[in-house]
Design a protein around this ligand. Sequence first.
Ligand code: GLN
Length: 312
Amino acid sequence: TAVEIQQIRRKLPEWVAASVPFAEGGKVASYIPELAGAPHDALGITLINADGDLITEGSCGRRFTVQSISKLFTLILALMDIGEDRVFEKVGMEPTGDNFNSVLKLELVRPGIPFNPLINAGAITVSALIRGSDPEEKTERILQFMRALANNDHLRVDLDVYRSEADTGNLNRSIAYLLKQNKVLDGDVEEVLDVYFRHCSIAVDCADLARMGLVLACNGTDPLTGKSLIPRRYVQIAKTFMTTCGMYNASGEFAIQVGLPAKSGVSGGILSLVPGRYGIGVYGPALNNKGNSQAGVHLLEIMSRELNWSMF
Ligand code: GLN
C-alpha cells in the first residue's frame, strides 16, 4: 500500500544503519581474490513493487556475482525445459541440514541423488538438465532467461570470477565426479561444471535481484511489462525451495525470524520477496558461518518484524 511505501522510505535509512554494524562479526568469502576484495561493511537494498515504485538504500550501485542465487533460475529453467517429473528423478525435495557444498550425503541416499536443487550437488545436477548442445549454448539460455526476469539485457558472466571459480573449484569437481560415478549426472562432467561455474559468475546489482524477485512474487508474470515469464506451478516450486532450503542450513531460523522466501549467495547477495507485493535485492558481503550475508539477514529481520511481513 501507499502508506507502507511511505513508511519504508522514511525508515529504511535507519534500518540499514542499524544493520551495518552486524557485518563486523561476518567474513567476506575469501576462496577467490575477486570475492575476497569485496567491501566488508557494505550493505545495500532495493525493493520494487508491482506499481514500479522503487526504493533503494545503502551501497546498491555495486555489482556482484549471483553465485548460489543462480541455482533458483537454473532450477526453473530445467523445469520449463524437461518438466517436473524428469527433474525430480535427479534431485530430491528435502533440506539437508549440512553445508551447501557438503559431500556427506551423496553416498547415502537412494541411488545417491542430491537432497535438493539448491545445494551445490543438486545445482550441478540441474545444470546438466538445461537444454543446449554445449556449455556456451546452455549458459546463453540461462543468461537470456535471467535477462528477461531482470528486464536487463546487460547481464553478463564476470569472466574473472568464472576463471577463478573454475581454477579453484576442486570440491565442486569432487561432487560432480561422485554424481557421475553414481549415474546421477549424465554427459561430460567438465562441461557440466563449466555451465555451473559460469552461471554462478553472472554479475547483477540489487535492482536486478529485486526485479527478478518481483516476477516470483507475482507468480511468474512481470507486472511492469505484463509478460508471462514462468508458469505459475514452477514459481510455486521455486518459492517452496526458497523457504525450505534457500538460506542453506539456516533456512529454518530464517523462516522463523523473517518468514519470507529467499535465496542467498556466497558473494553476499540475497534475493527475497513479499508474496504478491515486493521483490527485494540485498547485498552485504560479510557472511555468517552458514554462508549468508550477516548484515543482510539482520536487515530483513528488522523489516519483516516492523512491517509484519512473515508469511506464517
Ligand atoms: N560458486 C560457489 C560454489 O560453488 C557458489 C556457492 C554459494 O554461493 N554458496 O561454491
